[in-house]
Design a protein around this ligand. Structure first.
Ligand code: ATP
Ligand code: MG
Length: 645
């Protein structure tokens, strides 16, 4: 497919924090003197006891150990709140936009300080100590941020479970983390619909022992069952505690949080992140990638239940003293113009969302976007999946009116923060490419045998050395951590993703390695075929998997979702096959196209190809772990709609 190039706009060249020369210099320095580079970067946070050791890491399968700044001490909440108070006490830390467009709230750094302290004191009152795990099962309300920072303040380890998860999934995560305190709300509110969070906790607690206290924040005021001696109203508790709480002195390597991966590829893993290195990485990347400027309103649409919410709603922005917007609702409520209305309402400069949302909004056409002004916007971002060039161009042309660069940020729960991304003032953009590594990040592409490939090539994406935000372990199962990430290619971190590097050194994520299709000996990434399909004017979304094929080894099976108003037909099916053949080549022609009203996605919005693969293979009984599916009903629809083969 054609590779369009969008050069860095002139005003960005002149005014960005980091231009091309600065990027080159920083990258070179991070390679030639990593310890010096990171020691310097680590000064962007405040330390209680300064570190003397910078890096102490081993990727050796039998001794995986990752430690950064290990003899330093600090506190994450102090860095995200207290240290800003002298100049920013009245400055807005969090803009909260409610599900209902009539509700929003500004929380200043000063208010945030008091709220976090109170929450911390409530946790302490319930016996929470340094190192204890607290499960947070909350909607996108300010209390979610208060609770996370409260844990950080007293050295407790939070495990945020996305509010869309079922009681079953919640129970598994409470048990895995061995939490004895759970924080929830009476109900959540998303897209005008109520989510029975407290009821879900009650059901979950029938399946797991050991929870001593459930703290219930009031969101909707709904009547909920309160178990005497176990359940407590947050507001009542908060009224009885002190408005101040000292922060704990934490070792750089003390755990900050556990977070379960989204489960696209199998059973979710409880990824462990620690204190000092994580915060340095989150703060650095938030400033560099988003070119954040003091006073700007920055909006990341993720849920705090995902790592994107941790690093880029909360920790990175607040460490930088930013104003971060937290949105309770969904993109299509009350109308598909909601995102753009919120941008106008709060003067958002930087907007960071996911391809799944962009594709859905693209399917609704340009009119709902054009109703808004969006004149405050200067930068757009994407994260979570490869963004199809067609969706990229639409985002750029329609949402950003051609003036806003797009940062396509590649990273993972396990990486803690962004690793590969353009810098808006430094990197020419190519739609669909995450472009180049950030400083201090050393990606390599290896073949199946582990040979490092040079120049333009395609293979498996590994990272050759550690960076401060890297996950330290899988909670309670360090061996699984070692096996999952360090056994495939000795001495390297294996990402599980496939990638191509072009002649300019740009990285293109081709999809999960498990998703690569082998057609008559040719290895095809799912992302490229999907992007070709999405480039057709009638297609809004596509997911491609392989299935056993007598002649070719694997055949190509494409699930296609159409634009609003387009209709499935035999004619369109033929047209799409021909289209892909012309866009990529005959080798990539889909053997089967199934029109699908919806695709199975994780609750974070990623397409779950492993389930689509099972359906394509006709193995309806062996779909694997489906507990993280957003809408299990989609699966039955797909099974029903499977064409005869
Ligand atoms: P699990 O590990 O349980 O299967 P998951 O990998 O979906 O879940 P995350 O850590 O949320 O959980 O997702 C990271 C993955 O998302 C990456 O490995 C990559 O496949 C994909 N991804 C994220 N950002 C991008 C991007 N900008 N371009 C391409 N792919 C991306
Ligand atoms: Mg993963």
């Amino acid at each position: 497919m054609s590779e369009k190039r969008h050069p860095v706009p002139q005003d960005w060249k002149e005014n960005a924090r980091i231009d091309a020369a600065a990027y080159d210099a920083l990258y070179r320095r991070s390679r030639d003197d990593p310890e010096g580079f990171w020691a310097e970067q680590a000064q962007r946070i405040d330390w209680i006891t300064p570190f003397t050791k910078v890096k102490h890491t081993s990727f050796d399968l039998h001794n995986v150990s990752i430690r950064w700044f290990e003899d330093g001490t600090t506190n994450v909440a102090m860095n995200c709140v207290d240290r800003h108070l002298p100049e920013r006490s009245d400055r807005t830390a969090i803009i909260w936009e409610g599900d209902d467009p009539a509700t929003s709230r500004h929380i200043s750094y000063g208010e945030l300080h008091e709220q976090v302290c109170r929450f911390a004191n409530v946790l302490k009152k319930h016996g929470v100590k340094k190192g204890d795990r607290v499960t947070l099962y909350l909607p996108m309300i300010p209390e979610a941020a208060f609770a996370m920072l409260a844990c950080a303040r007293i050295g407790a380890v939070h495990s945020v479970v996305f509010g869309g998860f079922s009681p079953e999934a919640l129970a598994g995560r409470i048990a895995d983390a061995a939490s004895d305190v759970v924080v929830t709300a009476d109900e959540g509110l998303r897209g005008g619909r109520k989510v029975p969070l407290k009821n879900n906790v009650d059901e979950a607690l029938e399946k797991v022992d050991g929870v001593k206290s459930v703290i219930v924040v009031t969101r909707t005021g709904a009547e909920v069952d309160m178990v005497e001696g176990r359940d407590f109203r947050y507001e009542e508790e908060a009224a009885t505690v002190h408005a101040d709480c000292p922060y704990a002195e934490m070792d750089a390597e003390d755990p900050l949080f556990i977070l379960y991966t989204s489960g696209s590829t199998g059973k979710p893993k409880g990824v462990v992140h620690t204190t000092g290195g994580y915060l340095v990485h989150a703060a650095l990347t938030h400033e560099a990638v988003f070119d954040y400027r003091d006073g700007e309103v920055y909006w990341c649409t993720a849920d705090v239940g995902w790592v994107t919410g941790h690093s880029y709603i909360l920790y990175g922005p607040l460490a930088n003293g930013a104003t971060t917007l937290m949105f309770e609702g969904v993109p299509n409520y009350p109308t598909v113009s909601r995102f753009w209305e919120v941008i106008d309402k709060h003067n958002v400069s930087i907007f960071y969302t996911a391809p799944t949302a962009i594709r859905a909004l693209m399917a609704a056409g340009d009119a709902p976007v054009k109703k808004s002004s969006r004149k405050s916007l200067r930068l757009l971002g994407s994260v979570g999946e490869p963004i199809n060039p067609e969706a990229w161009e639409w985002y750029h042309r329609v949402v950003g009116e051609g003036r806003c660069p797009i940062v396509d940020t590649w990273w993972q729960t396990e990486t803690g923060g962004i690793l590969i991304s353009p810098l808006p003032g430094a990197t020419d953009l190519k739609p669909g490419s995450a472009t180049r590594p950030l400083f201090g990040v050393f990606p390599e592409i290896v073949d199946a045998a582990g040979t490092v490939l040079e120049g333009a090539c395609e293979g498996n994406l590994v990272i050759a050395d550690s960076w401060p935000g890297q996950a330290r372990s899988v909670f309670g199962d360090h061996e699984r951590f070692a096996q999952t990430y360090f056994s495939a290619y000795p001495g390297k971190y294996f990402t599980g993703d496939g990638a191509r590097r072009d002649a300019d050194g740009y990285y293109w994520i081709t999809g999960r390695v498990d998703d690569v299709i082998n057609v008559s000996g040719h290895r095809l990434g799912t992302a490229e075929i999907e992007s070709a399909l999405v480039a057709h004017e009638k297609v809004s979304e596509a997911a491609v998997v392989g299935y056993p094929h007598d002649l070719k080894g694997q055949g190509i099976y494409a699930y296609v979702t159409l634009m609003d108003g387009a209709h499935a037909s035999e004619h369109l099916r033929k047209e799409l096959v021909k289209w892909v053949r012309e866009e990529i080549g005959p080798i990539a022609s889909p053997d089967v196209i199934q029109f699908a009203p919806g695709l199975p996605k994780t609750r974070s919005g990623k397409i779950m190809r492993r389930i689509l693969r099972k359906i394509a293979e006709g193995e309806f009984g062996a779909l694997g772990d489906t507990s993280t599916l957003a809408d299990p009903g989609v699966v039955a629809e797909l099974v029903k709609g499977k064409p005869a083969m």
